[in-house]
Structures are given as C-alpha cells and as structure tokens.
Unconditional design. Structure first.
Lengths: 306, 361, 277
C-alpha cells in the first residue's frame, strides 16, 4: 500500500524568490550595519596592534603588543578604570532605585497621570550634551543655585563649584546622569509592572497578604527578568557613555573624572593617537564581554538551582 | 466558477506531519464543508487551497490547472477569515473594492460591483464607515461582501461564524445558504460546528488527525457513519456506544436464530447479521440518543443520573453497566422518570462497528 | 483606616510632586537664566524668577551668531537620519516579524551585539574610512554614521509594532490580489503609523543629541551641528551665560516637542522588550 513518498519540488525560480524575500527586506539595514559598524570594528581591532597617528604620515606600521605593554604602565588608564567602576556603579544603582520608585508611583492610577508621566519622562528627551551643560551650570556658583543651597544647608563653607573639587567632582556627572537616566528605568519597569495581571494582587489580598508581602511575592518576581536585562544592558551602556563627562569636566580636575570611555576619546580626538585609543577600547570591550558573560552565567546557575 | 481537485495532498512542518494524503474532488458550484475537532488539519487544507501554506506533497488543481506553485493572488479565489481581517484603515466600500482596485478595474465597474454586493448584504447605509464602527454581524457581512464583489472561482470560509453569538450565527448561516443558492459558487467551508456542517453542506468532509474520515452528504454521515469518529462527532447529543461481542445463531442466546451483540452483562442486543464480522469478534454497538425508546418492558434497565429539560425535548443522562448513556426524547413524561428506566434499541437504528472502529455492514 | 488611606494618598502625591520638580527644575533654570538681563544675573543669583525679563539673549543668538546655521544643520542631519532609519527599520523589522528564515538568528545576534560594544571604539576607523570619501566634515557623512548606529534598535522597535498586527490582514490582502510587498506597503505600514511615529521621534532625538562623532567628524562652523556649536561656544566664550542658555533652550525645543508627541507610543513599543537609552 505504501507508495514511495515523492517530495514536491516547486520550480527553481519560485523557490529562489521565496527564499530570498526576507533577505531582500533586511538587506539595506544589514549592509549599513556591516559597512559602518562591523567593518570599522574589525579595522579598529587591527589598529590596536598598529601605530596609527593621524598627523604622522610615517605611522601605520605593525607594532604588535606595544600598545598593550604601554597600557600596562599607564597610570592614567588604571585611574580611569577605577573611575569607570565608581561612575557606572553609582549611576546604575541610583538610576535603578529612583526609576523603580517612580514606576511604582506611576503604576497607581490618579488624576492627571498622563501629563505627569510625560513631564517626568521629559529629561530623557534632553540631548545628553545639553543635560551635561545644564547641570554644569547648576553647579556653577556664579549662575547656579545648587552651591548656594548646599551652603545654606551647611554642607559647604562657602559656595564653590564641586566640579573643580577633585574629591567631589565625580558627583557632578553622576547627578546629571541620574537625572537623565531615571526615565529609562521608569519606562521599562512601568511597562513590565503594567503587564502583571491585576487579579493576582486581588487573589493575594483575599489570601491575606499585606502590601509588603504582595510586593515581595508578586511584584518583584514578575519584574526580575526585566530588572536583570535592563540593569545588564544599562551597565554596559553607561560604562561606554562619555558625553556627560566630556561636556562637564573633560576628565578633570586632575583626571579625577576620567573614565575609560572618555580617555579613549581624549586619546583619539585630542592626541590623534588612534592606535593607542583602539588598544584601550579593545581592553574595555573585553572587560565588558567578560562582565556580560559572568552575569549570564550567574543567571544560568541561579535558574538551575531554582 | 470552477471545480477543485485535491490529489493525495500532504503537509508536514519539518518532520511533523499534519495532513496524510487527502483526496477530494469538488464539483463546480458545490458547497463543501470540512469539519472536525481543532487540530484535525481542516484549516491547513483550506489554507493550502488558498495558497497561504506550501504544499508538501500531492497536487491541487483549480479548474483543472495545477496551482501548487501559484501565489494566492494568482489563484482567483476569495476567502472569509474567522477574524474577518477587515482593513481597519479603509472604509467599508474601500475594503470591498480593494481587490478590484488591485486589478485596475474600471471605476464604474467597481462602483456597480460594490453597489450590488452591498445591496445583497444590506450594507448600503454602512459603506462610508470604518470597520471599527461596525457590530460583529456587520463586520461579518463586510467580509462576505469583500469576497463576492470579485466573482472569484471559489469561496473559502475559515470558521467565519465562530466569533458571533448564537442568534446571529443562526441568522448568518441561513444567509450564507441563500447566498450560495443565489451565486452557485464553488465553496469550501471550514468549521468545528457540526450543526453548521449539517445545514450548509452539499457534502461534508469529516476529518480527524490529518486524515479524511468520511465524505458524503449530511444525511449519509448521520445515517451511516463510516467509523466511530464520524458517528461520535456528527449529532448532538452524541451517539451512545456500548462494547460487546458479535454472536450468531445458536450462540446468540436470547436472540434465537439471528445475530446479536452480547454486552458485558450477558444481555444480547439483536442486530441484523453483519457479513463483515466474524463470530465472537469484539464489536461496538452505537445508537443515537434520539433513537432509544423508553418502554416499560424494555430489554435493558438503566439508572437515571440526571434529567436535563432543554425546552424542546429532554435529555436523560443514564448509567448503563456503569457507563454513561444518553436519551433524547420529546415525551414530557420523561421529566418524572423514576430512579431507573427500561429501554429498547430499535434494530433499524443500530450501528455496529468492528474492533478497528470501522462500520460493519 | 480612613485617615491612614488619606495619609498614604497624600504621601503618594507628594512623592510624585517631588519627581516632577526634580525632573523639571534644571530645565526651568535654563529658561530662567536665558531670560534674565545680564545686569541682574549676579545680583539676583538664586531668585526663582528675575524681576525683569528680556529676550535679548534669544535675539542675539538668532540674529548675530552662527546658531541658526547649527540649528539648520542639526535639523537636516536629525531629520534625514530619522527618515532613512525608519525606512530601513520598517523593512528589516517586517522581515524579522513575518518571516522565519535561516539567517534570522544571526541577524538578531548581530544587531544585539552592536548595542553592546563601545561606539567610541569606532571613532578612529570611521574617520579613516570616511575621510578619503570626502565624507568627513559633511552632513551626509553624519547621516550615514547615525543611521547605522540607530538602525538596530529601530528595527527591534518596529518589529514589536509589526508583531502586534494580525497576520490575517496580509493574508487577506494577498488573496485579494496583492503581492506580499504590496500588502506590506498598502495594508501593514498604514496600520503601523504609531510605530513609525515612535521610531521617527526616537531616532530624531538620538541624532539631534549626538556629540562625540559630530565633534570628531566635523571641523569648522559650516557643517557643525548644534551640540558641536554649543560646546565650541561654551569653551570659547564661557562668560555670556544668558546667550548660552538661550541657545540651550533653542536646542531643547525640537527634541522635546518630538518627545511629547511620541512618548505614549514609545512606552507601548518598549513594552515588547526592546531596551536601550
């Protein structure tokens, strides 16, 4: 009874047309990404092993690991690495904490919520360079109110600019970054909050759970995946984010606010030493990859245990 | 209008088969209903005819021309979707004329086609509205209108009434039937609702597990179901089944000279002799609830579990040898049935199935 | 019980108010200084609003500085980038949403990776690549670079909007006689208008704000964008705060307008899990 199964083959032309359709749609975007991001990335990696100085026509030779050896001796680089940790850690922590609180506040319905939401998310739309300038001005005792308020509160002896104080300067860009980045966390967390089925809370209330218990046993577990992914992406993104620092302090005073990303930019833009800049960037990329892998591994082990 | 031929058509997703060789010849102007539980492959078959799914094997022909490799737009068929799939950003008139505009039909022709379709479906006052401003029934009509303006070779319906409430469904069912009588268009209609299948179809194709179980007129499927699946699927409430063994002649006990099915408690229900069954073979006896007769001196006694008045008739839920068993009767006396009733099975309404579940005659 | 819930509501509103003040105060201060006459700037340093208002800073910035050029350049770059990216991302987002094909996994992976690595790393190679093509110091060069940077995220954003549109609609169109591309253009795209608006707005804002590559690729005033112009202005004449802040307020306007228009859709698009600054 069993006849040999004869697989139906459409004509070649139709098969080709069908198979190529999705590629035709995605080709323009892919070509652009490969040409302007992937190729430069590979070229950039090769620069790390070459002597590339923009104004020196005799540069371009292969120098092997020289840049990395120099990097090993570069005190400024180690300082930048420490500053990056400090900058990223403090920014992410504060953005996340205040973002979560804001999302929880906005999750409750109240009169005028739409307007309030648009207003509190507004900082996100402010161009980052302008956010930097804006906060630099706020910290400026000549035109900004903050130093005067700090003095009035007894935090300062007399109004001065914390951006020029080596011990405090980092707090300036961090403050600007927190102001600018809260909306991002609030928006993503709010979206996740609103996806939690409301009847879960009702069921928990009927079962006798208080607000704190409801938060711990329903809200947090539901938010956990979003929190994990946003914090991971945000950490990587912020450690690469040099705009605010370049605008507000340019790494100063005394390199106290120089992070690795701004250091790369200084090397490339001010000293035109592309080879060395690429070497630093490669190290940063490697560190970020290791960090991402660790987080993913940690997540896996936690999932396996659970 | 056109005939549609389906020849050993198969479909699999990767190595997972969903249709195992379907053969079907649909005549010009025929109304065919594909019916079966969800996942039986009926929608897949319809979508393959429409060109929305690749054909893994076999051949589909519309008016004798092979269409396997034609894009949906080149098959000249129309389809009504379960979700209606009306274009939300177009008015009713634009929804209906979209296919004609794509074919660059002359403006006057479009206007007259849309006009006459709208009149047929009572959509005249709604032509300028957007789908959002229509009720469910009106949307359904627009979906039908979109299909008929074009006078395609065939109409395909994918559960078009399942999003409507019961009253509207009944009304639209009748309208579809009238429309078909009027247009005489070849139609293939997918549904899981056996009432729709019975009332609409010229022929029903009952499907299960990717295999065609039986093809025939509604009454053929009702009167002579080819197997246990069709017997159980067509009819509501569903057919009762009793397991037993086929006995003939002397071995038949109470049945005397004839043949019968001996149930587990030893009772023998007499049936006409079945050539297809060997003596003592396992068999299943089937009888529809509406054919069971309540009689004071009936052959079998059953406990009454539940009495369900439906208004029109009464459904008695019984247990016979511990198995559920149903009776449908128009006799209101059944409402006051005692804890047990005695029942009889009229011989001409009995169905016998062999061990494999196929009808034995 | 009643007083307790009243107290809670009060605390909730108070906290909201604190956030609104925190979010808006820096922008308010920008506006305040931009309308403060120079002679009052120091004497009324911490006053919330100057006793006398002036628009002379705006006047000066618009009439006597290169800012109109910067503004125009930024508008061209951000506008062109937004349009290019939205077109490309619509196509690629549609491919990711509607087709299953072998390379899909790799395309998604590639796009995710581009969101991870430090863009500063690309400064030097991109400069070296664009310079022989004459695309440094040109708005076209900026548009190309910004488009590439924004396409991956925009693709995910558009994909999430396409995912929300039932597949039935294209199938109906294809049976009505359309090819898949015609169905995409005539049926699906018009239904994705909110998504297109969100993508346009997002990319416009991102391109309007970009600083590092503009600094690196542009020298001289003719092709400078607003961020570059403002920063040069600040480092050259960091005395006239009124004028700087007036320029800042001007820089803020297009981005904020766009944001207010699209923020509703953006939250909707982000719900689908696309995540980036």
């Amino acid at each position: 009874m069993h006849q040999p199964i004869k697989k139906h083959r459409p004509p070649l032309k139709k098969r080709l047309a069908d198979a190529s359709e999705p590629y035709l749609y995605s080709a323009p975007a892919l070509i652009l990404i490969v040409a302007v991001m992937l190729v430069p990335l590979v070229v950039g990696i090769s620069y790390a092993f070459r002597d590339i100085q923009l104004l020196n026509p005799f540069s371009g030779g292969f120098v092997g690991l020289d840049h990395f050896r120099a990097l090993g001796q570069d005190e400024a680089f180690y300082g930048a690495l420490r500053n990056t940790l400090w900058w990223t850690g403090a920014s992410v922590f504060l953005q996340f904490t205040f973002g979560l609180i804001l999302a929880l506040l906005l999750d409750k319905p109240f009169y005028g919520r739409g307007l309030v939401q648009a207003l509190v998310f507004l900082p996100w739309a402010v161009p980052s360079f302008l956010a930097g300038l804006n906060w630099a001005w706020l910290f400026n005792p000549v035109i900004g109110p903050l130093p005067h308020w700090f003095t009035a509160l007894g935090l300062m002896d007399e109004p001065h600019n914390i951006l020029s104080d080596p011990h405090l300067a980092m707090w300036g860009p961090i403050a600007a970054n927190v102001w600018w980045g809260i909306p991002f966390f609030a928006i993503t967390l709010l979206a996740a909050l609103q996806a939690i089925p409301r009847d879960l809370y009702e069921a928990a209330s009927i079962d006798g759970a208080g607000p704190v218990q409801r938060f711990m046993s329903i809200t947090l577990p539901f938010l956990a995946p979003t929190i994990a992914i946003t914090v991971l992406l945000r950490t990587v993104w912020i450690s690469n984010f040099a705009d605010l620092i370049v605008v507000m302090t340019n790494g100063g005073p005394a390199d106290r606010t120089q992070i690795v990303a701004s250091y790369i930019f200084t090397q490339a833009f001010k000293r035109l030493d592309f080879g060395y800049a690429s070497a630093i960037a490669l190290v940063l990329l490697a560190l970020l990859l290791v960090y991402s892998m660790l987080i993913v591994l940690l997540r896996q082990t936690m999932l396996n245990k659970g | 209008m056109a005939s549609i031929d389906i020849e050993s058509v198969r479909k699999s997703y990767g190595s997972f088969p969903v249709l195992h060789g379907v053969d079907l010849e649909i005549k010009d102007g025929e109304f065919i209903v594909l019916v079966g539980p969800s996942g039986c492959g009926k929608s897949t078959l319809l979508r393959m005819i429409a060109g929305l799914e690749e054909v893994t094997g076999g051949e589909i022909r519309i008016s004798g021309n092979r269409v396997n490799d034609l894009a949906p737009k080149d098959r000249d068929i129309a389809m009504v979707f379960q979700s209606y799939a009306l274009y939300p950003h177009m008015s009713v008139a634009d929804n209906m004329s979209y296919s004609l505009r794509l074919r660059k039909t002359a403006k006057e022709k479009i206007a007259s086609a849309v006009g006459s379709a709208a009149k047929k479906l009572g959509l005249d006052p709604l032509l300028e509205r957007r789908p959002k401003a229509l009720s469910g029934g009106q949307r359904q009509r627009v979906a039908m209108g979109r299909a008929i303006v074009r006078q395609p070779k065939a109409f395909l319906f994918d559960e078009p009434l399942s999003n409507l409430d019961a009253r509207l469904r009944e009304q639209m069912r009748a309208e579809i039937k009238k429309l078909h009588a009027d247009l005489k268009a070849t139609s293939i209609y997918v549904t899981h609702d056996q009432i729709e299948a019975m009332t609409l179809a010229d022929r029903i194709v009952a499907m299960h597990g990717g295999i065609v179980q039986q093809v025939g007129t509604p009454l053929e499927l009702y009167d002579t179901p080819a197997n246990l699946f069709v017997a159980g699927f067509i009819g509501s409430p569903g057919m009762n089944f009793l397991e037993g063994r086929y006995v003939v002649g002397g071995g038949a006990g109470a049945a005397g000279e004839g043949a019968g099915i001996r149930l587990s408690d030893g009772t023998v229900v007499p049936v006409a002799p079945r050539a297809g069954l060997a003596p003592d073979a396992a068999a299943t006896l089937g009888i529809r609830p509406e054919h069971v007769v309540i009689a004071e001196n009936g052959m079998l006694e059953a406990g009454v579990d539940l009495v369900e008045p439906t208004g029109f008739g009464i459904i008695l839920h019984l247990s016979l040898h511990g198995l559920p068993f149903k009776i449908f009767t128009l006799d209101r006396d059944a409402l006051s049935a005692g804890p047990t009733v005695r029942v009889d099975f009229p011989q001409k309404h009995l169905h016998v199935f062999d061990e494999a579940g196929n009808r034995a005659d | 019980m009643r007083t307790r819930s009243l107290l809670l509501t009060g605390a909730h509103r108070l906290a909201i108010l604190a956030y609104v003040v925190f979010a808006l105060f820096p922008l308010f201060w920008l506006l305040k200084v931009s309308v403060t006459p120079n002679d009052l700037l120091y004497s009324e340093g911490v006053r919330m609003w100057p006793s006398r208002m002036t628009f002379e800073h705006f006047n000066f910035v618009i009439a006597h500085s290169a800012f109109p050029t910067f503004f125009k350049n930024s508008l061209i770059v951000a506008g062109a980038t937004a349009v290019v990216v939205t077109i490309l991302a619509s196509l690629s987002g549609y491919a990711l949403s509607r087709f299953s094909f072998r390379a899909k996994y790799w395309i998604v992976a590639l796009m995710l990776i581009t969101q991870m690595f430090p863009l500063v790393m690309l400064v030097a190679p991109i400069f070296k690549m664009l310079s022989p093509l004459g695309l440094t110091n040109s708005l076209t060069g900026l548009v190309i670079v910004y488009s590439a940077f924004n396409v991956p995220f925009a693709t995910f954003l558009m994909q999430s909007f396409f995912d929300g549109i039932p597949k039935d609609l294209e199938e109906a169109a294809m049976i009505d006689g359309a090819t898949q591309f015609v169905a995409f253009r005539q049926i699906i795209l018009p239904l994705t208008l909110p998504g297109i608006a969100a993508t346009l707005g997002f990319v416009f804002t991102a391109a309007w704000s970009e600083l590092l590559f503009a600094l690196m690729l542009i020298s001289g005033n003719d092709a400078a964008t607003f961020p570059v112009g403002l920063l040069t202005f600040v480092s050259k004449f960091s005395v006239d705060f009124g004028q700087m802040m007036a320029a800042g307020v001007l820089a803020l306007i297009p981005a904020c307008l766009f944001f207010l228009l699209i923020q509703r859709y953006l939250v909707q698009g982000l719900t689908a899990g696309a995540v980036k600054g």
